[in-house]
Design a protein around this ligand. Structure first.
Ligand code: S3P
Length: 182
């Protein structure tokens, strides 16, 4: 039997703060497992027909959150895949409970200093626009880390290169599912 097949039985959902690498690690994880990859942020943009900064600017954060909730519920109905979520998605109680019941959830965790360096000066995250990323990320971490900790698995993804994080995720998944490592 293919030793990775137990890891393909359920959707794997990545949660965590902006900049931690949910998309980069998720794409590589999907390739390693031979699963499709979905990015909730991209799906929300497609559904809304505009970018996330434009959704926030034109429709407001509440509309973005509502779209995010609907999109993730739809994605979790799809066959198993690797799902990268936006940093706020797991904070919604309904979304969190769907993620927990329909997938294996993994919190990619890193210290905020590392994340602040990673998000850099890119202007594609409305919550950070015009603000000091370290200050915003610290505030978000204080509120969100206790909730992210409800994920099934926590994988440290600090200054780790993405391919190493993928290996760490695979190891953590094998341990969680109690299957021998390959
Ligand atoms: C957000 C994170 C972003 C995106 C939106 C809001 C958040 O996704 O969904 O800008 O609330 O943390 P990433 O975590 O992929 O950057």
């Amino acid at each position: 039997m293919d030793p990775l097949s137990p890891l393909r039985a359920r959707t794997i959902t990545l949660v965590g703060l902006m900049g931690v690498g949910k998309t980069s690690v998720g794409k590589r994880l999907a390739v390693a497992l031979g699963l499709p990859f979905r990015d909730a942020d991209v799906e929300v943009e497609t559904a809304a027909g505009r970018s996330i900064p434009d959704i926030f600017a034109d429709l407001g954060e509440a509309a973005f959150r509502e779209g995010e909730r609907r999109v993730i519920a739809r994605l979790l109905d799809e066959p198993p895949h690797v799902l990268a979520t936006g940093g706020g998605a797991f904070m919604n109680a309904e979304t969190r409970s769907l993620i927990k019941s329909r997938s294996i959830s993994i919190w990619l965790r890193a210290d905020v200093e590392v994340l602040a360096r990673r998000v850099g000066r890119k202007d594609n995250r409305p919550l950070l626009t015009g603000k000091d990323p370290l200050v915003v990320l610290r505030e978000l971490a204080e509120i969100r880390y206790p909730i992210y900790a409800e994920a099934d698995i926590v994988v440290e993804s600090g200054d780790t290169p993405h391919h190493v994080s993928v290996e760490n995720v695979l190891k953590a998944l094998s341990a969680y599912l109690e299957i021998p490592e390959t």
